[in-house]
Write a protein that binds this ligand. Structure first.
Ligand code: IMP
Ligand code: MG
Length: 181
């Protein structure tokens, strides 16, 4: 693809992603037997993961979407988080699974989970495709995590840099020269 030239190293191929997402789906299916969890996707980075994960879960799930901003065009989160689009449905008494693309500093989710807890769901768990534990500044751990990634800026499979690269079918490390690093 034309954007391949900006990728320094492919971390997870399409096939690797497919296998891991299937495992996460099976795990959630086991853990939520008899329940109808709501998958709450944090846009936009998790949109592809969300679509694949939902189809890997063998339960009557519901899907909902919300959007927060904390990054602008940079590669580091500001710690200032804003809900720019809220969930469409009420979550009180519901089993909520927050679906994220990557857990980095934890600033975004720390804030988001507080906001969602205050609405009194029956339960709330976090499912992230990628986990970058080295950069964590807030005490957050994922209940379900696909892969651990090194401290590098990664793109593809939904993840962007300045809104580009989301459509790459794999996840790779972006060449630092692209963002002037
Ligand atoms: P946090 O608030 O630092 O945990 O950042 C969370 C959000 O930052 C994620 O949902 C991503 O949208 C974005 N993000 C963090 N690291 C990366 C990365 O390596 N590539 C692309 N987006 C990232
Ligand atoms: Mg993002």
């Amino acid at each position: 693809m034309v954007q391949d030239k900006d990728i320094q190293e492919v971390l997870f191929s399409e096939e690797t992603l497919r296998c891991r997402v299937a495992e996460l789906g099976a795990e959630i299916t086991r853990d939520y037997q008899g329940k109808e969890p709501i998958l709450a996707s944090v846009l936009r980075g998790s949109y592809i993961f969300m679509a694949d994960l939902a189809r890997a879960i063998d339960l009557p799930v519901r899907v909902d979407f919300m959007s927060v901003s904390s990054y602008g065009k940079g590669t580091k989160s500001s710690g200032q988080v804003q809900i720019t689009k809220d969930l469409s449905d009420e979550i009180e008494g519901k089993d909520l699974i927050v679906v994220e693309d990557i857990l980095d500093s934890g600033n975004t989710l720390y804030y988001l989970l507080q906001v969602l807890q205050a609405r009194h769901p029956a339960s709330i768990r976090l499912c992230t495709l990628l986990d970058k534990p080295e950069r964590r500044v807030k005490p957050i751990t994922a209940d379900y995590a696909g892969f651990t990634v090194p401290d590098a800026f990664v793109v593809g499979y939904g993840l962007d840099y300045a809104e580009r690269y989301r459509n790459l079918p794999y996840i790779g490390i972006l060449k630092p020269s692209v963002y002037g690093g």
